[in-house]
Write a protein that binds this ligand. Structure first.
Ligand code: PMP
Length: 310
């Protein structure tokens, strides 16, 4: 797949060209996984292109950095503005935005602190993460034989490169076995999340989703969807979920910046509900995409316009 990327990257406050964006093989991140990052989308809206929940993503980025004692010299607004500037510099609209902060090359050894902090913002055009038909038809998934990280090992609330070694095990196993994605359990055997998505379960009027304590990344789409469901009058509970609940639920869906709101049509070859996208999932999708068509009102800072159409 050819990536349509932004020619200019933001690096420590300066723009550099895509072909000049190299790091040294002795960079700390290469050997010890010391990076934190974000995945953000800019959408075309009825008022021009806008970045979705930029401030919340950048806040999570700064939080991830704080957990790993990375001193980032820019505040939330500086980094938000840098994302806007990067898109404008590349004259792009709807795109995927990847800020990444890592420990670069200084010296060698596990102690990360002697190494410089490098901050990059990279953008590219990205379609539907789980395939073009996934949003309508749903995806076939499995439970993973891999668990998410145990508490007090790799902090799940930090979005770090190293955590995605676990995600890679989940994803590769799923794909090798003919599935699109895997769902991992937490260390206690309760449902956690997909390799890059949070999960919701629909049972009648009740909607369930694993709590923060289930080693999940606190997803920004998860938060949006909780708002949407509550507005629609559903009761949402963040509660530990046993594996078997998904086999006997009406609907199950994934949420994430990349996956947006994706129905799950089967789990371990067992159809979920009718085996088709269910009505609650459809309603949530409609409300989610209504944010960008302007039909759904959202807090002002959820849409950061690049250049507003009057
Ligand atoms: N869990 C994991 C492991 C993820 O990688 C992602 C994607 N960032 C999510 C959940 C969903 O988070 P968000 O809605 O903020 O993209």
């Amino acid at each position: 797949m050819k990536l349509k990327y932004g020619e200019y990257l933001w690096h420590n406050e300066k723009f550099i060209k895509w072909n000049d964006a190299h790091i040294h093989v002795m960079s700390h991140v290469v050997h010890y996984g010391s990076s934190v990052f974000e995945g953000i989308r800019a959408y075309d809206t009825n008022q021009g292109p806008a970045i979705y929940r930029l401030k919340d993503h950048i806040r999570r980025l700064k939080d991830s950095a704080k957990i790993y004692r990375m001193d980032v010299p820019w505040n939330v607004e500086d980094l938000c503005q840098a994302c806007v500037d990067t898109i404008n510099k590349n004259q792009m609209g709807a795109c995927y935005i990847r800020p990444v902060i890592f420990r670069g090359f200084g010296t060698f050894g596990v102690d990360p602190t002697p190494n410089p902090i490098e901050t990059y913002i990279i953008i590219w055009e990205w379609g539907k993460y789980l395939g073009p038909e996934a949003l309508e038809n749903g995806v076939d998934v499995c439970f993973s034989s891999w668990n998410r990280m145990s508490p007090n090992t790799f902090p799940a609330m930090a979005k770090t490169g190293a955590n995605y070694m676990n995600s890679q095990l989940i994803k590769m196993e799923a794909i090798n076995n003919g599935y699109v994605e895997g769902i991992a359990l937490d260390a206690n055997g309760f449902i956690s999340e997909g390799s890059g998505e949070n999960i919701f379960v629909v049972r009648g009027n009740k909607i369930l989703t694993p709590p923060i304590s289930a080693s999940i990344l606190p997803g920004i789409t998860r938060d949006t969807v909780i708002h949407i469901l509550e507005d629609l009058g559903y009761e949402v509970a963040e509660t530990p979920l046993p594996r078997e609940i998904v086999y006997i639920s009406d609907e199950v869906f994934f949420t994430g910046t990349a996956a947006e709101v994706t129905p799950i049509r089967s789990i371990d070859k067992t159809p979920v509900g009718t085996g088709k996208r269910g009505p609650v999932t459809k309603k949530v999708q409609d409300e989610f995409f209504a944010i960008f068509s302007g039909k759904r009102k959202v807090p002002e800072d959820w849409l950061r316009y690049l250049h507003k159409r009057m």
